[in-house]
Design a protein around this ligand. Structure first.
Ligand code: SF4
Ligand code: SF4
Length: 452
């Protein structure tokens, strides 16, 4: 491989060293899932894919980090390729991210290419990104490695580069604050900063009775307390009037969701016709699962088990259903029951729908459908050196076992010190201090550090 000097110096870390440094740095999937990244890097595959679609309409993180840190992103991709033995790297992004394309293109080594995704939702669902960027279809319930691919998002790969080159852990998070706020913006803060402080940095809410979503409008969850800390997987804070349908729908309890599903389904099948997983050939058919709420005894176990393959992309609830049913919430409830029973799904991969690529949702239409036209803002990146007085660092910011505290109240820690860890054999990620300060509280859930 030939590298331009603009790319910067590459570490000579071996694949084993890369995996270890990524593990020690506590890197997890920053796209939301929080899967420990070192586990992905242990796979041997041929394609290392960077998911830079960022298709949640109000989030503006990856598209603004890419032009600012293009060389680091490519170096991180090269480390990922070295660790996994991949012979090609793909950065999958949208044509509208022109500053990113302009910054990345002159730096690309021959083994890495850009792939331009359509501006549709959910182009950033990893299974859909793989299909769009490589033509390969991940079978239902299988991992991307089954088709020779490992996927990571932009912030994860930037963290990989930092861990490999500087052996520096994850202590910061970049996120977007958007919607009904005075100054919508994207910024980087120490992990553990409260979302209340983050909201204040965006000038506060501009509506009298605001509701809050932790993440984007499609996959984000209802935020019940602004004391919630920013974690390794926090993509954004979306502020809307509490009366907005995106807040009101999330406030519906499970009983109400099931009652609506039982009474008003028209069996129109639109939810299935637009379900991205169904479109690429998975068995998942949300209209059958909604029907199963009423007629569970006549639904086959296979039909019920397919709920486990729902990505919770929210297309069926927010875009497809004309009568206000949430097949996604029905699936979520089914998943809880099935997982508690230890059920695993294995199912066929049917041919993809020949009209699939026309059935994804154009982002402009999605914004209108979600009632976000009045709240959509560009949220430009601003460098703010935010120094919180206190951070609360959850011990589980990842999939797997919670990290175990290795500090005590009263102990002084420096930013970057490991404060909670796991045995090497356990799936999970260590947690590091994000500010210099004194540990004041240690619980099973979180560690509090106060500056000074
Ligand atoms: S949330 Fe709905 S549309 Fe999305 S994968 Fe699940 S069933 Fe399909
Ligand atoms: S889109 Fe709504 S009404 Fe139509 S089948 Fe699906 S759940 Fe029923």
């Amino acid at each position: 491989m030939v590298f331009s000097s603009a790319l910067g110096e590459l570490s000579e870390a071996t694949p084993t060293q890369i995996v270890q440094r990524v593990r020690d740095a506590g890197i997890v999937g920053a796209g939301g899932a929080g899967f420990p990244t070192y586990v992905k890097l242990r796979a041997q595959i041929d394609t290392f894919l960077i998911n830079a679609a960022e298709c949640e309409p109000m989030l503006k993180v990856d598209q603004q980090l890419m032009p600012r840190q293009a060389a680091r992103l490519i170096r991180g991709t090269l480390y990922g390729m070295r660790a996994t033995g991949a012979t090609q790297g793909i950065i999958a992004l949208k044509e509208k991210y022109q500053p990113a394309i302009a910054a990345l293109t002159p730096l690309l080594p021959s083994a890495i290419r850009l792939h331009i995704l359509p501006d549709v939702y959910p182009a950033g669902d990893e299974v859909i990104t793989i299909w769009m960027a490589t033509g390969r279809r991940v079978p239902p319930a299988a991992l991307p490695t089954s088709v020779g691919v490992v996927v990571n998002n932009v912030q994860t790969v930037l963290n990989i580069a930092r861990a490999v080159e500087q052996q520096y852990p994850v202590t910061l998070r970049t996120l977007t604050i958007n919607g009904a706020v005075a100054h919508p913006l994207t910024l980087t803060v120490p992990l553990g900063t409260s979302l209340r402080e983050v909201l204040a940095l965006a000038g506060g809410a501009t509506v009298d009775d605001p509701g809050f979503i932790n993440g984007g409008p499609m996959m984000g969850s209802l935020l019940t307390s602004l004391d919630t800390p920013v974690t390794k997987t926090t993509g954004g804070l979306l502020v809307l009037p509490k009366s907005h349908s995106l807040i009101a729908r999330r406030m519906q309890d499970d009983r109400t969701v099931l009652a609506i599903a039982r009474t008003v389904c028209e069996h129109c099948r639109l939810c299935t016709d637009l379900c991205p997983r169904h479109l690429i050939g998975h068995e998942l058919s949300p209209h059958l699962l909604v029907r199963a709420v009423n007629y569970q005894r006549i639904a086959t176990p296979q039909t019920l088990f397919s709920a486990l393959t729902c990505s919770e992309c929210n297309v069926c609830e927010s875009v497809a259903c004309p009568v206000g049913i949430s097949p996604m919430r029905v699936n979520r409830l089914l998943k809880q029951q099935l997982r508690a029973s230890g059920v695993h799904y294995e199912g066929p991969l049917h041919p993809a729908d020949t009209m699939a690529k026309y059935r994804f949702v154009p982002i402009k239409r999605l914004i209108a459908r979600l009632g976000l036209r009045d709240w959509y803002q560009e949220a430009p990146y601003q460098h703010i050196d935010w120094q919180p007085v206190q951070v609360v660092l959850p011990l589980r910011q990842h999939i797997g076992a919670p990290a175990q505290s290795c500090v005590k109240p009263g102990q002084y820690v420096l930013r970057g010190d490991c404060i909670a860890n796991l045995p090497e054999s356990a799936l999970g990620a260590p947690v590091h201090a994000s500010i210099d300060g004194t540990v004041t509280v240690v619980t099973d859930q979180a560690i509090t550090v106060v500056r000074g």
